[in-house]
Ligand binder design. Structure first.
Ligand code: URA
Length: 239
């Protein structure tokens, strides 16, 4: 690529949600933007298909063709691309093309926020426990958890695959808890609640890292904004 080919870096940044072109110019001027590891200069042009752009050392996703959907998963839908038993799947609720995959998993009966994307790299970072992206759930439970039960959930409970990490737990109604975890083990919230004697009756995921959305009806989806994709990348870049 020659000096006057490619797209202006500030334009690419503005398109990916960093603010106006002026704001993006300031980011570049402050030395916070790198292209292929080197601090970028004002007026820099990039090849958005190949150059690796970072702001504050966090990669910026500018690759064309990547899509990011936020779905409010209804109960009774499987979180797979294909179900051998022929049950409805989450991928049937979003556009068929380009082909996307769910980011992590919600149980058949669990409801709430689920990301679907064809960005394998972000998927890996959002689901791998070492990146610790927090997910928050609203759990309606059987019975009324005592302060002691809530403390146990907060500190970590023993499950058959090992103790859970400390969780953020608050009581939102006598039989409803808000639980934030960052491990994402299989059926973790259900098993945690069961372990303290309060099986889950209804489970809804209400937040994935920085993404919380209340206006999607069950089965509805929307595309993430570039700023939301960036906020997820930032959350998944912290260890
Ligand atoms: N924890 C669960 O128990 N189920 C889910 O679907 C998600 C988290």
């Amino acid at each position: 690529m020659t000096a006057d080919e490619g797209v202006r870096l500030q334009k690419v940044l503005a398109q990916t949600g960093f603010g106006s072109r002026r704001v993006c110019d300031n980011l570049i001027a402050e030395g916070r933007v790198r292209v292929n590891g080197e601090i970028a200069e004002l007026g820099r042009r990039v090849d958005a298909d190949h150059d690796v752009i970072e702001v504050d050392r966090v990669p910026v996703s500018v690759r064309p063709g990547l899509v990011y959907y936020l779905l409010n998963k209804p109960p009774g839908v499987v979180t797979t691309a294909d179900d051998p038993q022929g049950r409805p799947t989450v991928v049937q609720l979003v556009p068929e093309e380009p082909r996307v995959f769910p980011v992590g998993r919600l149980d058949f009966e669990t409801e709430g926020l689920l990301l679907l994307t064809n960005d394998g790299d972000l998927t890996h970072r959002l689901t791998h426990p070492s990146f610790g992206v927090e997910k928050e759930y609203l759990a309606e439970v059987d019975g009324e958890p005592s302060p002691g039960a809530v403390t146990r959930l907060r500190k970590g409970v023993d499950l058959d695959d090992g103790p859970t990490a400390p969780a953020k737990v608050s009581v939102v109604a006598p039989n409803a808890l808000r639980i934030a975890i960052h491990e994402g083990r299989n059926r973790q919230v259900r098993r945690m609640c069961e372990a303290v004697g309060h099986p889950v009756i209804r489970l809804v995921r209400i937040r994935i890292g920085p993404i919380a959305e209340r206006s999607l009806k069950p089965g509805e989806w929307r595309e993430l904004t570039p700023a939301e994709v960036r906020s997820l990348e930032t959350a998944a870049a912290r260890r």
